[in-house]
Design a protein around this ligand. Structure first.
Ligand SMILES: [Zn+2]
Ligand SMILES: [Zn+2]
Ligand SMILES: [Zn+2]
Length: 152
């Protein structure tokens, strides 16, 4: 959470620093992740990688994502029933997903500070602020719901 691994060179040196080989496939995955401005499933990452390097197989991409996760370069999150999404570890934030329109909002992880501290002192439980999205109803859908209720 403290080390903002968000540029290509920094990430490549993290890989080398852990005595892992930097392959063309790994470099391409890094390029895709750094260029991503949204959450990407492993499948979407594979499509983007293959657009640049058609010879890279999906299983290679999956293996690289696993390796990157072990190295702390990427994290994944579950936003809804859909497949897990990946982003660079430097961009940790909380997720709120609307059950009705399925839109996911990113919120600063500081919103969990009070809850996190409370859970730790009361239950000795360490909250993971990022891994799973909180679900609920977004403002737009709440307004739409209350509008229909008022009309009937
Ligand atoms: Zn998970
Ligand atoms: Zn996210
Ligand atoms: Zn909504």
């Amino acid at each position: 959470m403290t080390s903002a691994v968000d540029n290509i060179d920094e990430i490549l040196s993290t890989i080398r620093g852990a005595d892992h080989r930097v392959t063309t496939a790994k470099r391409t995955v890094v390029e895709v992740l750094v260029g991503a401005n949204e959450h990407m499933t492993a499948e979407a990452i594979t499509v983007a990688v293959q657009r640049r390097r058609p010879e890279v197989s999906p299983s290679t991409v999956y293996r690289i994502l696993e390796e990157f996760e072990e190295l702390g370069i990427v994290v994944h999150a579950h936003l809804s029933q859909a497949a897990a999404v990946y982003h660079l570890a430097g961009a940790i934030h909380g997720h709120l997903t609307c059950d009705i329109c399925k839109v996911t909002f990113e919120i600063p992880s500081s919103h969990f500070d009070a809850l996190s501290k409370d859970l730790l002192t009361t239950f000795g439980f360490q909250l993971d602020r990022h891994h799973v999205a909180l679900t609920g109803t977004c403002q737009k859908c709440r307004e739409a719901l209350s509008a229909t209720t008022h009309n009937t």
